[in-house]
Design a protein around this ligand. Sequence first.
Ligand code: A3P
Length: 290
Amino acid sequence: LCRFPLESVRGVPLMRPIAENFDSIWEFNPHPLDLLIATYPKAGTTWTQEIVDLLLHNGNAELCKRAPTPVRSPFLEIVSPKPIPSGLDLLNKMDPPRMIKTHLPIQLVPPGFWENKCKVIYVARNAKDNLVSYFHFDRMNQTQPEPGPWDGYISKFMRGELAWGSWYDHVRGYWLQREQKNILYLFYEDMKEDPRREVERIMRYLDLSLSDDIISRIVALTSFKNMKENPMSNYSCIPTHVFNQSISEFMRKGEVGDWRTHFTPDQSNTFEEDYKNQMKDVDIPFRDSV
Ligand code: A3P
């Protein structure tokens, strides 16, 4: 096992096994009932997957446990003798409707998702918290490129040199096409502020109608505390040579504004100056980032 180098696919740095497999990813033809959950890494993917999984199973956690989603596949693949880094093989063995996760920026999402009018949920998280979370993830995930020192990591983030490319392009790309492509665009900060409201929003988007009791149960099961204790969501099943959670836990803090304990005032000013410039053409209502 090693930390994968990055290779550019149409200008986006991806981890080598994914870049090498990109042609077959691009050709993947989903079923119209498949659901895509798309995020920049560390924006709240696992949380959203857990909510969606429970919504689709009427709040029955046992059913979710019996049907682990392709979300877990990248890790199964890495530890399997024959790596299948794209998750495609596993996906092709499953029956639709499938819940599929991706960190690809919108221009690299297989066109079949749009042709088949699949539902797509995007989750965005404010840049600084997203960066902090990614930094700790890169420290502990032994397959991601080395994060290097904190100050340099901020620069790499600003330049879009981390795996999956530029955060700025990522959040902007899905934002600009959300209406035309019927994408549900969620914010991590909204989920923290009022999880029930956001669970209900997802439920409506999925054309589901669950009872108040079941919604309450889903909200409780997907609290940070419960997910941290749940082996299906805390990734304790991933061996330590892949996820070294003694360096940093997967379910690390789950807070809004943790960037304040990481950025110096100088780093914060530089970041904000650059942010204004990179985001000047788009007005995405991020909160708690300054
Ligand atoms: P932190 O590193 O800031 O704690 P992803 O699933 O996209 O990799 O995102 C992981 C981030 O989401 C981590 O952020 C993790 O703690 C947070 N997270 C996961 N489940 C959560 C929950 N139920 N409530 C709040 N935050 C959650």
